[in-house]
Design a protein around this ligand. Structure first.
Ligand code: IMP
Ligand code: MG
Length: 172
């Protein structure tokens, strides 16, 4: 059985999310702000993040599949749920649970840009640097991580652990 090593506690997560929500509320004041969450991993983060905003926002989700049940990227990315909102001329924030190689995000940024938004920025709960392969800019990162495989608070390993309210480092 893999071991769950505590990494971020509930109140540490809440504090980081509230701080980013506050920055966003000021940076996107007076703009047509759209948050696009990346399913499934970002579902919990998006729900806490938008509740922390003090500005109007529209929320949508996309879903891409790339990982299967493995702990490292398979390298092939597929859009399995398309964007539904009209984002033309709007200020878009893509919200991800964790960025590893950056390949998923590269794909999503290009997809989102094809709908002619006014701007596109990226917000990640966890910015994992060790295996980055693209130079996609992470504009808002709650927490920088060097390595490891993290689960909980929406993040899974083979679809397990998403429901945990805290974040753990999974030791295989
Ligand atoms: P990337 O394309 O390598 O940046 O992978 C990004 C996606 O892989 C994320 O949206 C996650 O779903 C998944 N992923 C990468 N690292 C982890 C991790 O440590 N725990 C859980 N999921 C991860
Ligand atoms: Mg995942």
């Amino acid at each position: 059985m893999p071991q769950l090593i505590p990494f971020l506690k509930k109140d540490e997560i809440a504090e980081m999310v509230a701080a980013v929500a506050q920055r966003l509320s000021s940076d996107y004041k007076d703009s047509e702000f759209v948050v696009i969450g990346v399913l499934k991993g970002a579902f919990m983060f998006v729900s806490d993040l938008v509740r922390g905003l003090t500005i109007p926002v529209e929320v949508d989700f996309v879903r891409v599949s790339s990982y299967g049940d493995a702990a490292s990227s398979s390298g092939t990315i597929r859009m399995t749920k398309e964007l539904e909102l009209d984002i033309k001329g709007k200020d878009v924030l893509i919200v991800e649970d964790i960025i590893d190689t950056g390949l998923t995000l590269d794909y999503i940024v290009n997809y989102v840009k094809s709908f002619s938004p006014k701007s596109v920025r990226i917000c990640a709960l966890l910015d994992k640097r060790e295996r980055r392969m693209s130079d996609v800019p992470v504009d808002y990162a709650c927490c920088i991580v060097e390595k490891g495989f993290l689960v909980g608070y929406g993040l899974d390993y083979a679809e397990k652990y998403r429901n945990l309210p805290e974040i753990y480092d999974l030791k295989f």
